[in-house]
Design a protein around this ligand. Structure first.
Ligand SMILES: CCN(CC)CCN(C[C@]12C[C@](c3ccc(C(F)(F)F)cc3)(C1)C2)C(=O)Cn1c(SCc2ccc(F)cc2)nc(=O)c2c1C=CC2
Length: 404
């Protein structure tokens, strides 16, 4: 019997009618520029390769730092456990849609980075969305990179090794890595996280502005050498149908981004972590919000912050998926066997694919309702109100009378 446990693991393929393409975009060499992974409906091409789930080892280094585990040990474990996984999408496949696509900007959680939510982003793309999964440079990502010019000595001591194809533009550039910044000893959390959530929202807005520019047909620079033809995205996006979505810290980023940018017509916050937000912005958010929570992560203080966004006139919905944990939303939940996954809190009691399927369908129904899509996602409307055996309407968190 072959090593069966290794081949059933992997990020589940998207379920929608479109094949999914995936490519990377970095607007300029600086840490202030926009950096995101794009998922989009593509032409079916069997020859296309699948992108690596974790693009380079520095991301695993960052993850070990974030998890406070020894780097050499951690890097080996992560490489061994997760080094070979591919994303269920075709790298740089030609864009294909004969209709304008609605747009979603996705914001990752603390210690994550742009590639770790591919099951969610690819699923949306398979249903006709263009999804930009932002990589934040606020030092909340486990790792991210940008570029700097080579110094004279670096240029000099570079033996004239043959150039690798397509790296021409990066030739006199060196990757500069930015790793996760933990709290310093005695540092108060709120000021840092509040500053970060504001930068994260600005990065979501900048990513949207770049997509709008690309959609207009203006030639846009991509400093990454990819085989994707960005001009094919001219006039591909429905700029009246734009949403913002995110997990945990990325859920807080959803609220901040909605407050700052009215182009975002609604938001979907997956297991939002509300700490980084100023309460005073809540009355200023005017768009519909959908809170999709795990059963284990939430607590009274966090839920009561979400409830401050309740409104009689703006649709605010909340559901909780039974048997889920915080990590039921990122891709890791699919990438280990059951007992390791439960041990490392990457899996809850519920089957991970069922959990994410419920989350994705409820998301699609909410997006159809508030972006005015003419699809059949309204078939999943009951999920928005928690009408399913595996869902709870609202929250499972109990409120002690005094805590209210
Ligand atoms: C001890 C470290 N300590 C750091 C402050 C707490 C670490 N932690 C719990 C973790 C992330 C965990 C994780 C990842 C990945 C494996 C792996 F083995 F599968 F790789 C295992 C175990 C470790 C579960 C969280 O921070 C939870 N969390 C997250 S987790 C987002 C994430 C991060 C890395 C990923 F690879 C995938 C997803 N995003 C947030 O926005 C917020 C929180 C908490 C509040 C706000």
């Amino acid at each position: 019997m072959g090593n069966s446990c290794s081949n059933h693991l992997g990020i589940p393929p998207a379920k929608g009618p479109n094949a999914v393409g995936c490519t990377d975009f970095m607007m300029d060499h600086t840490a202030q520029g926009s950096f995101f992974r794009l998922y989009y409906p593509c032409q079916t091409t069997e020859k296309a390769e699948r992108p690596d789930w974790v693009p380079c080892k520095e991301y695993f280094n960052g993850l070990t730092d974030f998890m406070n585990i020894n780097r050499t040990l951690g890097e080996k474990i992560f490489n061994y456990l997760f080094g070979s996984f591919k994303i269920p999408a075709s790298l740089d496949a030609p864009f294909k849609s004969n209709v304008k696509c609605p747009v979603v900007i996705f914001s990752h959680g603390l210690g994550a980075f742009r590639t770790l939510y591919s099951a969610i982003c690819a699923e949306l793309a398979s249903h006709g969305f263009i999804v930009a999964s932002v990589e934040h440079r606020d030092q909340s990502a486990s790792a991210t990179y940008y570029f700097r010019e080579k110094t004279e000595s670096e240029k000099a001591n570079k033996k004239n090794v043959p150039k690798t194809p397509g790296s021409a533009q990066e030739d006199n550039l060196v990757r500069e890595w930015m790793y996760y910044r933990g709290l310093k000893h005695g540092e108060r959390e709120f000021p840092l996280r509040n500053q970060q959530v504001k930068k994260r929202a600005d990065e979501c807005i900048l990513a949207l502005d770049k997509l709008i520019e690309i959609n207009s047909g203006t030639p846009v620079q991509n400093v990454l050498q990819t085989q994707f033809d960005w001009t094919t995205l001219e006039n591909s996006m429905d700029l009246c149908r734009i949403a913002v979505m995110g997990h945990s810290f990325g859920g807080a980023t959803v609220i901040e981004a909605l407050c700052k940018e009215v182009k975002f017509k609604c938001g979907v916050a997956l297991d939002a972590w509300m700490n980084p937000l100023d309460d005073e912005i809540f009355p200023r958010v005017k768009q519909p919000i959908f809170f999709i929570n795990s059963e284990k992560f939430q607590w009274a203080g966090n839920i009561s912050r979400m409830k401050k966004l309740d409104s009689a006139v703006i649709q605010r919905k909340m559901i909780t998926i039974r048997g889920t944990v915080h990590q039921s939303f990122p891709d890791f939940t699919f990438l280990t066997g059951n007992w390791i996954g439960k041990l490392m809190k990457l899996k809850g009691e519920i089957d991970p694919e069922l959990a994410l399927d419920l989350s994705n369908k409820a998301t699609l129904a909410f997006l159809q309702r508030h972006l005015g899509l003419e699809k059949n996602f309204n078939q999943w409307d009951p999920l928005i109100d928690g009408q399913d055996d595996h869902l709870i309407q609202g929250t499972n968190v109990t409120f002690l009378q005094s805590a209210i």
